[in-house]
Design a protein. Sequence first.
Lengths: 590, 212
Amino acid sequence: MAGTVERLNLWSGGSTRWAAAFLVAGLTWAVLAEAVSVDGGEPVENAVLDGLAGASFTVAGAVALLRRPGNRIGPLMLAVGFTWFFGNFTAVHSAWPWAFAYTFEAVSACFIVWLILAYPTGFLPSKRQAGLVVAVAVTAVLSGILRTLSAHFLVYSGCTWCVRNPVPVIDNEGFHAAVEDAFDIVGAALAVVVFATVVARWHRATPAERRALRALWIASGLLALSYVAILLDQLLTLGANARPTFWSQHILVAAVPIVFLAGLLRLKLARGAVGRLLLEIEETPSHGALRNSLAAALRDPSIEVAYAVDSGGFVDADGHGVTLPGPGSGRAITYLDREGGRLGALVHDPVLVEQPELLSSVVAAARLALTNERLQALVRAQLEEVRASRLRIIEAADTERRRIERNLHDGAQQRLIGLRIAIQLARGRAAATSDGSDALALDEIDSEVLETIEELRRLAHGLHPAVLEDGSLADALDGLVLRAGLPVTVEATPDRPLAASVEAAAYYVVAESLSNAMKHSGATQVTIEARCQPDGLHVRVADDGEGGASIEPGGGLAGLRDRVEALRGQLDVVSSPRGGTVVHAAIPCE
Amino acid sequence: VILADDAVLIRHGLARLLVDAGVEVAAEVSDAEQLLAAVADEPPDVAVVDIRMPPTHTDEGLRAAREIRSRWPTVAVLVLSQHVEIAYALRLLTGQEAGVGYLLKDRVADVEAFVAALERIAAGSTVVDPTLVAELVGRPRVDHPLTQLSARELEVLALVAEGLTDRGIAQRLYLSNKTVEAHVRSIFRKLELPAEATENRRVHAVLAYLRA
């Protein structure tokens, strides 16, 4: 079902035969090469050690080919095992094979570098690293060609059975020595670059990658040690045979392919986690647990599951919209597709890309659970959308109320006040010029206007109290308490400013509850509490009336609940004849 | 006085009313910035400030009022508001010794009362709008000492809160000074307020008490 994990099906019967064929051919080749060496005068001990080192690559490569057929590490190890023995054939008594062996002696180093840089997929991750492999290859081959062309006519003078150089182009011993020295220096420099690259990769790696690539770090360390052993071996000429440096160098190298193979197989062993995942999914179908199970099964604690919504885009298990990371974010994405569309995506550590089998098995095991959770996530997303639209409606209504309140105050009310002033001015003139009946009439008009102003003020205040805008919630509640027609005790108010929408909701909860208490309950007193707690603002309005309050469609309390729920809050009403009515709202502050 | 209100019609009308009543209007401005400049230019006895002015039309007037009181302690400030809000009044009064007032805007048309309030503020009194005081006093309570006050005492208390002196209260209620003093002592005793409080302190004390 997942696009990037189709390689899983490459378990073909053919690979067993190929692996067996490579194994037999590689081991035969090793025995042949070491026989040539011994025949050429190499001590048997040395030949055995050298043979073991090369054969170790061959065996590990064959096993890797068998167990991880889609992976290129197996073929690379086989290539190392094959080229490892090129150098042995410089001991043959035949000119052209000698020339070939003498020229390509160092080719195995190229494959070893390739192996290190390309572990665990066998694909070089960047152009820079590919360039490094090419540089090593060019150095090895070029220096091989030059040293062959400049080798002394007789390979060593004075020997009776040595071969003749078939291509004696440059007859200059000084040049030959220079080529050899240059090769040593460039080779050492390249080795340093390769190890530096490995160290840099370790440095960049995520914790999961570091765990997964443990084999690489060990193998690189072994190779570095063996390189040191070679240098020591050249410096300390301790004797022809069985020098500790010679021994250790070969044993270290022989261990390298085994470490790589163990790493590869271990990556595969993670499949065992799938069974556990299946059990976990069975046991814990709860919300969010799926992600944790996947994280455990894939050994990637950073994994995120994103579900595709029909309109395009993704949501998380809670139904909140998420954006998938782009290229360069250091995250990898595996899309989960099914017939008829996209199910979702896994956002994970890039190292999982190297373990396609594991990824695909886990995804296959979790498919039903993923499908389920997606449906739940979609429902949550829809709920979230409804909630957001409810909030927008309420906010739009609030804005409109605010606008009307402003207009009443700054428009109508100001004009009426202006009118009163005008009346007063006219009255002053009337008193001076006429008999006083005009002044009386103006007084009557004035008191009418005054009443209108007061009515307007009450109306505007009911719409949206201005003090909620420029004061605190406590200020606004003060005003409510002041105007309440019955005794009200305020037990607590928030000690810090909250979001405007939260304060407005709290204000309306108190206002509506107070007005209910006054109108319907026959209460003799009311207690108000508004407290900030870690999970949000808790507003509690309790009266000692005869109860009977309930949330009914279209009622004031239902409107309150809409408002509170739109802010992800909760509103409860408990009402009984003895206990009075308690309205409790909990509103998250963020 | 200096008038600060962005509603030109009202500002002009009020200016004319005040001039007719014999009050000198030194300047008319339309926002807080101009107001502060005008006060700095020639400090008036009283600055009459609309609470809502540009740019945000919320509480610029209140903030300007507090700034004037702190920078020019001799200038009294009367804030005009369209709202009966205890919070605004308290915000204005908090930390002020005297010389501030909080009146509803429509009071301006009752010229005599308005001018009287201006004079009280200029003389260093505190004035709070009667509507607000009435709400505070009239607010229902349980187990509150206020319930022990007689109707007359409540009436007197409201006037104390408005910033009137005993003498002013006596005039308003057509009582003798002695009677008013007796009422006030009785009120302060029942409410357990410090009896020796000076004129302005007692407004604050009463307001704070009423709010509680």
